[in-house]
Ligand binder design. Structure first.
Ligand code: MG
Length: 464
């Protein structure tokens, strides 16, 4: 894939002289990404108890999507898709032997993948990342090697206990640098603290994000701010602990909401609101097996780990005062896959010359047109479990996220109409064989595009 990367770099150089580099043509971008926050966890998505005034205001001033998807049902692949605009089956982050990178893994996002940060950096953006990375935590896989000028955060999930074993071939590094395996805080590529007090993580991340925005106020900049929470174990600072009517989980979400308020207030105070596009979303659905420490998918079925709607449909709020119309509820389908092509378009950056699965959704954001998406595909690991076209969704395989059940294969597939049956309860396959045929053709077209990458996938995939 190196030649593709080279071709892309040449395309950037070729495009540069004809595109104006004035700051006014290049908006700032901020992506705020929660971890395991469910579709039903915010006030503006219908939660009756959790108080999220800042996110509710963001939605009222911007556009709230009701059918916004993460491209995976767990952490690592969903982040890889967000940053590359490609399904994890294409970018190497979905091997069947792992669904997330554990902290004794030596692998990471293949260097050949072109991230949103790299793409924007080529267009003169300052790029920063704060928070949970989870695309490889050895020094050579950290954000500074994927286009980010700055990084501060915890490189994987906050529940990963110190790893007992070294990754194969890295025993010496493991022995000499044990902190990389102890839920560390990292700045750049160096551990600055092992096992920090997680009560202060949201606050510390927020301070870093605010500092980044202030430092780069002359823009353009791209900030990827990926929170550690509400992934379990839950933590909240004293200002929020015990305060929410929705209990501890509510405390954690309300602190995240405070953080969103701090970021947006900083953008406003720096006079950047009308040239900054902010997205709030989540990497996957709520982790339901943690009972009251897990969130809610609202009216959707199941949660994290599953390809039912609750596992992958997440909040999606876009905010850009003066450009994105205020108070719009957007019911078209969109996905985190669309972030890279959309931001590239808005930044005037050429797209990478690799197969992208996302589409430019700026016509949706500006209310000037409809989406171009033909179909959306639901993977679990590298196995296609379901596909959606229009309002129809076919399940080829089903399995609860973390339940004891075995995967169940369906032939014919289960077929649900997501408009009439949001909870995926009433199988309509017998009534609509023509819909199943249409979806089968879309799946075949998708599979045809995957053939060239399957062999490379084996080579580039991270060591489990
Ligand atoms: Mg997650």
């Amino acid at each position: 894939m190196l030649h593709l990367r080279l071709a892309w770099a040449l395309a950037v150089l070729a495009a540069a002289p004809v595109v104006a580099f004035g700051a006014e043509t290049r908006p700032n971008f901020i992506v705020i990404y929660a971890d395991d926050l469910g579709y039903g966890d915010l006030g503006c998505y219908g939660h009756p108890m959790i108080r999220t005034p800042h996110l509710d205001r963001m939605a009222a001033e911007g556009m709230r999507f009701t059918q916004f998807y993460s491209a995976a049902e767990v952490c690592t692949p969903s982040r890889a898709a967000l940053l590359t605009g490609r399904y994890p089956i294409r970018n190497g982050m979905c091997h069947s032997q792992f669904r997330v990178l554990r902290n004794n893994a030596a692998g990471g996002l293949p260097r050949e993948e072109i991230t949103l940060a790299e793409l924007l950096k080529q267009r003169g953006y300052a790029t920063g990342m704060v928070g949970k990375w989870h695309l490889g935590h050895l020094p050579e896989h950290l954000p500074p090697h994927h286009g980010f000028d700055d990084y501060f955060g915890m490189p994987y999930s906050n529940d990963m206990l110190p790893a007992p074993d070294a990754p194969k071939g890295r025993e010496k590094f493991f022995a000499e640098n044990p902190a990389y395996w102890r839920t560390p805080l990292i700045r750049g590529t160096n551990v600055i603290e092992a096992q920090p007090d997680q009560r202060f993580l949201t606050r510390r991340y927020t301070e870093e994000a605010v500092r980044f925005i202030r430092t780069h106020k002359n823009g353009p900049f791209f900030l990827y701010f990926a929170h550690t929470f509400p992934h379990v174990p839950l933590f909240a600072s004293a200002d929020f602990r015990g305060k929410s009517p929705a209990g501890f989980y509510g405390d954690v979400i309300e602190e995240l909401d405070w953080s969103v308020g701090r970021v947006l207030d900083t953008v406003r105070a720096q006079g950047l609101a009308e040239r900054t596009l902010v997205l709030f979303s989540s990497d996957n659905g709520p982790w339901l097996i943690f009972n009251h420490h897990g969130g809610s998918a609202g009216p959707l079925r199941e949660g994290k780990g599953s390809t039912w709607e609750g596992g992958m449909r997440v909040p999606g709020i876009f905010w850009w005062p003066g450009r994105i119309p205020a108070g719009v509820v957007q019911r078209e389908v969109a996905a985190t896959l669309d972030v890279l092509p959309t931001f590239a378009k808005l930044a005037g950056a050429p797209l990478p010359t690799v197969t992208l699965d996302g589409v430019d959704i700026s016509p949706l954001l500006f209310n000037t047109g409809r989406g171009e998406r033909d179909a959306f595909f639901y993977y679990r690991g590298d196995v296609l479990f379901a596909a959606r076209m229009g309002e129809w969704k076919a399940h080829f395989i089903t399995r609860s996220g973390y339940g004891p059940d075995q995967p169940e294969t369906h032939d014919p597939p289960l077929l649900f109409h997501l408009g009439e049956d949001l909870g995926e309860r009433f199988n309509r396959a017998a009534e609509h064989p023509e819909v199943l045929e249409r979806i089968a053709r879309a799946v075949q077209r998708h599979r045809d595009t995957l053939e060239p990458v399957r062999s490379q996938l084996v080579e580039t995939v991270a060591t489990p």
